[in-house]
Design a protein around this ligand. Sequence first.
Ligand SMILES: *Cc1c(COP(=O)(O)O)cnc(C)c1O
Length: 711
Amino acid sequence: MQAGRSELERAATALATRIPEPLGVLARLAYNYRWAWDPDGPAVFRDVDADRWERVAENPVRLLQEAATDRLAAAAANPELLARAAALEERVSADLARPRRDEITTAERPIAYFSAEYGFHGSFPIYSGGLGALAGDILKEASDRAWPLVAVGLLYREGYFRQRIDGGGWQHEYWVDTDPDRLPTALVTGDDGEPITITVPIGDTEVTAQIWRVDIGGIPLYLLDADRPENTQTARWITSRLYIGDEDTRLAQYMLLGVGGVRALEAMGIEPGLVHLNEGHAAFVSLELARRHYSGTGSLSAALEIGRKQTIFTTHTPVPAGNDTYPAQQVADTLAHIAGTLGVEAEEIIALGRTNPEEGAEPFGVTQFALRTSRAANGVSRRHGEVAREMWQAMWPEKAVDDVPITYVTNGVHIPTWLGQPMWELLNKHLGEDWLDRATDPATWAPVDDIPAKELWDVRKTQRADMITYVQHRAVADRLSRDEPRAYAEAAANMDPDVLTIGFARRLATYKRLNLLLQDVERAMKLVAGDRPIQVLIAGKAHPRDEGGKRLVQALFESKNAPGFADRVAYLNDYDLRMAAWLVRGCDVWINLPRPPLEASGTSGMKNVVNGGLQLSVLDGWWAEGYDGHNGWSLSGDVDHDHGAQDARHAHELLRLLEEEVAPEFYRSSGDGIPRDWVARVRRSLRTLGPEFGAGRMLEDYEKKVYKTGL
Ligand SMILES: *Cc1c(COP(=O)(O)O)cnc(C)c1O
């Protein structure tokens, strides 16, 4: 896993020469994201120049490139800061020096993890939402556990879209160019000092790609980039935007990620021992694995079988429409050349992407193809496993639903990434310093019961107040930019740090049912502005082509002039990882209202749990296995085909819970201002959910249930 390492070191050295000499340590730290989940890492960079740190979206390379000379000089003359930076570098180096574990595969034959998106930090915009955040958390936890793992993805020059909402609540999209030279990444070069490139035949074009390396702790992430002079403008556009709307470009992205990804690893001398496909986007990996073995076997199925033996597939999509399919002819055109090198008709490959291979009219599905060409497959929660087995049972007509070979590994979150500083310090104090290394053991969390109520409550108050300061600022700015009347914009500054605050933030697909919050506006507003008030924070993007999702926000804005709304309800523009971090740390209650059984897992609630937030959610996805009757609140997870009736029931039950249970418990205290019952529920939530929904448990499950089975 050496490829690109010295290039990153060279980039760090080049940056170091442009800043005062004592800050060289920061330039070295900047080129590996390991600092991002060190307790003092973000603060060390922030303390160089707090305003600039904010402006550059916490990108350490840009901070050091762009900070004013006098700021850098002041930092270089600040012994306290330099001592902290030195200590940080020591911790990071010690962490990275640990030998890789070799129980699953070895450093010589690492696990190769493929994903179309990665959300490991807000400064590196190659993610859209939950799938990317999960991939980022997996890389960080794999680093913490010293797994021999390399990751493969695409470097999108314009990333995912940015969101602006107008005064009528309609979403507008725009894209921002990212300049890789201003990111902590470097091109992988060969012995001649030139970038290593690979080519992939896509349709009738030979597309060339170069490879960038980003270090996420001990995990190198290799990103393919088609922005090469050899390529036509259209070919360069392949790595422009994540989840691009144009279908030909999207298929080309999948070819580049799958086929190109395997070729890139080979070009860098990396031979994977195991291949893990995070969702179907990378399914074409198996074609390239097969191509390598084809000459030895002479048959497509025998060649595919060799690749299949080392491939693992995770499916994330319980919505049939969410599983990408393409017309057979379009796929045939895209694959024509590579099928030719395999000596087979494209149709033979396409058949493997059909639920029923003989059904010529059926389109090609990437999920079906990935299921057929991997040795083991899993969904991402217990319930999603059941749903996936039922959904894909038709591919195994001879098997009963329960025997369909799709297991489950429930998602988890990387705890140090999502934990607020005050909560982290509290847990350090009560769970023992090395508690993060023991976070999957329920015994580790038992001392939560002994944390004095006041200490726990004070931490909750601090994290809420910090978030409210951020929200006031953001919400006023957003409203001003929507051209709202000044008084309306300024009303967002009335957000109160001591008021019960609930959060709803995620991708705005219709099945997530944001509309349930305000189904009955009058009743909701009575609650929001009553004598036990509630603040509501909402954020999320709808896919540019999802009109239904966009209409959810628009409908919300129809109530914006209801009495009390301006002071207590805020819709925040442009949800991303950084905003998610603020919201999950500060919100008292996290709400999730998916239409069951369409939530594969959900992870934002888990991020809120570790911060002492409580869940109010439909019993779907992870909450169906997390809820124990006392560690939060639930809405029925039953399936009902009468959507209108189900919506009405859930909307009613949601308000009833808030009115009769959540708000009274939050505001009921015995004179000292501490709500004992609330704190008891927070303790129970931490104790029962803490050991179960961290990324550590998830990786242990992958190892036991998926990586080591089906061989
Ligand atoms: C965690 C996260 C998500 C996932 O949210 P769900 O509630 O699981 O859908 C989406 N977007 C961002 C930015 C996140 O951090």
